[in-house]
Design a protein around this ligand. Structure first.
Ligand SMILES: Cc1cc2nc3c(=O)[nH]c(=O)nc-3n(C[C@H](O)[C@H](O)[C@H](O)COP(=O)(O)OP(=O)(O)OC[C@H]3O[C@@H](n4cnc5c(N)ncnc54)[C@H](O)[C@@H]3O)c2cc1C
Ligand SMILES: C=Cc1c2[nH]c(c1C)Cc1[nH]c(c(CCC(=O)O)c1C)Cc1[nH]c(c(C)c1CCC(=O)O)Cc1[nH]c(c(C)c1C=C)C2
Length: 475
């Protein structure tokens, strides 16, 4: 079968990897830009011993999706930089709220004291879940904010859940589906009438799903995953930065005669009983099957001519813009060590959070920080399109205020990431089912993977590619 993959981000490259493994060639990946990696982009300043990441920097080695990524990392023989659970970057996460930097609890003991910005011990929120019955009619979906407020109270919704949502999808918890982050908890509540009750009952009643049962790994779990469990990794990066991963995937595929065509934007897809005609800038290419890893809003115009309703459904998945400002300061300037800080949206500040890169990874005598801004609130703060200098000045002044750093950054970068993170708003699961049902009903030789559908993290987009390849007919 001749197959084409659209997009050379992590999901498209993964689709190429799994297609090669399952079907062999011929196989081509078409990428619109002149590089692979999509949102994964590293600037490695070897000369000064620091790294700027404008996209992701860490991966979680958790569960089946985490094990799957580690299998790939192992196959590509990449050098990992583990961050163990005992590491300061794994233990310390902060909030900037009510005018102060607040450490989030990192052990069960922390649930019993009153830790700012919270005004009550956190165990009370858990008790509230135990005594609150699920009297409401059974819900198909709701916002993660309303779920958290219902079960744990407004304070938890504002100061724990809302910033966490910012730190994953730069979104507003009042709009994001509870299924995005808490599918398991939501289902337990709906089934057993409470999150805690549900978790306990499920231990006895529900079957455990493990990677072997799902048949993902032929023999046993990947060695690197076993190492991550044994060494208690909380997360990991890659030596040289995360862009090493897409670069290594491209090399791996190239060495096996898979063509990765850069600067090759697909402009239209025409479906017929014999397959798909892909319109590129200079040629039309017929193939039997297409796997699209494109953001939903980029795939929509390609199918609009023949399938306007599919196109409209794809456009119903919203995206947000994020501003990323990387900064380097000579010397060790941070008074508090940790992964970073998040700013709860109720604080109404112009930043979403700051990552302490030089705490996560060894960067010599440098302080490296990444400030993230915009997201759901992009237009509110940046609607009048400030210049890169104005954005840098704003980020610097926030960092100086919050972290009491007096210096100006020596090196910096400002990136505007347009429509970089999809928002799994209430009803997302239904929308994705609708899109996939349409494709099935019209028997389109099209599979969809990537961040738009089945999870926004690196593990999710790699696994989504694998699942789509496995679901393809064998001839
Ligand atoms: C700021 C930020 C921080 C993040 N941090 C983390 C993190 O810490 N941990 C984590 O796990 N995840 C993180 N993520 C998420 C992670 O980066 C994404 O899940 C992942 O990169 C998405 O990969 P993808 O292949 O699905 O999509 P993309 O990276 O969007 O790739 C799609 C590709 O398709 C190409 N394309 C578009 N249109 C066309 C066309 N018409 N024809 C051909 N090609 C086309 C694009 O150029 C692009 O290369 C972060 C994301 C962002 C934005
Ligand atoms: C402030 C903006 C953002 C920060 N990171 C991201 C945004 C939009 C993007 C992002 N971060 C994570 C993921 C992957 C989720 C997954 O499925 O693995 C994505 C897409 C990881 C992550 N980072 C934080 C949390 C709570 C998570 C979820 C998983 C985990 O618990 O490790 C915290 C966090 N993110 C940012 C900051 C400043 C921060 C906290 C201190 C930036």
């Amino acid at each position: 079968m001749t197959t084409a993959v659209l997009g050379g981000g992590l999901s498209g490259l993964s689709a190429g990897y799994y297609l090669l493994r399952r079907f062999g060639k011929p196989l081509t990946i078409y990428e619109a830009s002149p590089r692979v990696g999509g949102w994964v982009r590293t600037e490695n300043r070897k000369d000064r011993n620091f790294i700027f990441e404008s996209g992701p920097r860490t991966i979680r080695p958790v569960g089946l999706p985490g094990a799957n990524t580690l299998e790939l990392v192992e196959e590509l023989q990449l050098e990992v930089t583990p961050i163990r659970r005992s590491h300061v970057a794994a233990r310390n996460r902060m909030l900037f709220a009510k005018g102060q930097l607040c450490m989030l609890p990192n052990s069960p003991k922390g649930l019993f004291g009153v830790l700012p910005p919270f005004t009550k011990p956190l165990y009370k929120a858990i008790l509230r879940d135990l005594v609150t019955s699920s009297k409401k009619a059974k819900l198909e979906d709701e916002s993660i904010y309303s779920f958290a407020e219902r079960r744990f109270g407004k304070e938890i919704a504002d100061y724990a859940i809302s910033p966490m949502i910012c730190g994953i999808c730069a979104g507003d918890a009042r709009e994001i589906s509870v299924r995005f982050l808490m599918e398991g908890l939501f289902e337990k509540e709906q089934k057993y009438g409470g999150v805690l009750k549900g978790s306990l009952m499920a231990r006895f009643k529900d079957k455990q799903v493990d990677s072997k049962k799902e048949g993902l790994f032929a023999q046993e779990q990947p060695k690197l995953y076993a190492r991550a469990l044994e060494e208690k990794w909380a997360m990991y990066g890659l030596q040289g930065g995360l862009e090493i991963l897409p670069k290594a995937m491209r090399k791996y595929l190239g060495e096996r005669d898979v063509s990765v065509q850069l600067s090759s934007e697909c402009r239209n897809l025409t479906f017929s009983p014999s397959g798909v005609r892909m319109t590129l800038r200079e040629a039309d290419v017929p193939v039997e099957h297409v796997i699209s890893s494109l953001p939903a809003h980029k795939l929509a115009p390609l199918v609009k001519q023949q399938h306007p309703s599919l196109s409209a459904q794809l456009l119903d998945i919203p995206y947000v813009d994020v501003l990323v400002v990387n900064m380097q300061f000579p010397g060790k300037l941070l008074k508090q060590q940790g992964f970073g800080l998040l700013v709860p949206p109720v604080e109404k500040l112009p930043i979403l959070g700051v990552i302490f890169d030089s705490c996560c990874f060894e960067m010599g005598e440098n302080t490296v920080l990444t400030v993230m801004m915009g997201g759901h609130w992009f237009d509110q703060w940046f609607g009048d399109r400030p210049s890169p200098k104005q954005i840098l000045d704003l980020a610097t002044s926030q960092v100086q205020r919050i972290l009491q750093i007096r210096e100006e950054p020596k090196f910096s970068r400002v990136h505007t990431l347009h429509k970089c993170i999809p928002q799994y708003t209430v009803g997302h699961k239904r929308r994705v089912e609708g899109i996939r049902n349409y494709i099935k009903t019209y028997k389109l030789p099209l599979s969809l993977c990537g961040a738009a559908y089945d999870g926004v993290g690196i593990n999710d987009v790699i696994l989504s590619a694998r699942r789509q390849v496995e679901a393809m007919p064998s001839s």
